[in-house]
Design a protein around this ligand. Structure first.
Ligand code: HEM
Length: 146
């Protein structure tokens, strides 16, 4: 009896991966929209009881500089190919004694700014996730009482 080997090809599910998502930068609306987002963020921050004092002296050219730096930083972080040229986060916030609740307030103000600019939930969460690791560079650990 000749041996007959039958090969069964199991096609299974069609081998089509979902298309990759465009870079977060694109989902945030590109640089033009980042400028709007940062504008809303800074407006929110200066109306926020938790934060307005910290930013009270950031006016005129200083506010313009902060805006440019934030746009570049968010552009770079989200894969937009910009190069952030400002100070490292630890240095930029040195001595400010930023508290945990100020940090949270800033992220809430950013989230409102993203919502105002119609950014999807998942994209807002992704950006917050990229900023999360910067927290320990900016906030001061509460003093340990002996
Ligand atoms: C995700 C959180 C934050 C990010 C990404 C961020 C980013 C930045 C950047 C890029 C600069 C400009 C650095 C430069 O000029 O080279 C800056 C400056 C500054 N940040 Fe932040 N920051 C954050 C949170 C905060 C918080 C929570 C506070 C205060 C409570 C704060 C207060 C300031 C102040 C006062 C300046 C200096 C503005 C000036 O030059 O007058 N930041 N920050």
């Amino acid at each position: 009896m000749p041996q007959v080997t039958e090969t069964v090809v199991d096609a299974g599910a069609p081998d089509v991966a979902p298309p990759p998502l465009p870079a977060l930068f694109i989902r945030l609306g590109g640089k033009e929209n980042l400028v709007k987002i940062v504008d809303s963020l800074l407006a929110n921050v200066s109306a926020d009881a938790e934060l307005k004092k910290a930013f009270a002296k950031t006016t005129g050219p200083k506010a313009d500089h902060l805006k440019t730096m934030l746009v570049d930083q968010l552009c770079e972080l989200s894969g937009g190919g910009c190069k952030y040229s400002g100070k490292p986060m630890r240095e930029a916030h040195k001595g400010m004694k930023i508290t945990d609740s100020q940090w949270k307030a800033f992220l809430v103000d950013l989230d409102y700014a993203l919502q105002e600019n119609k950014i999807a939930d998942a994209d807002r969460a992704e950006l917050a996730g990229l900023l999360g690791p910067l927290k320990e560079e900016m906030t001061e650990a509460p003093a340990i009482k002996k």
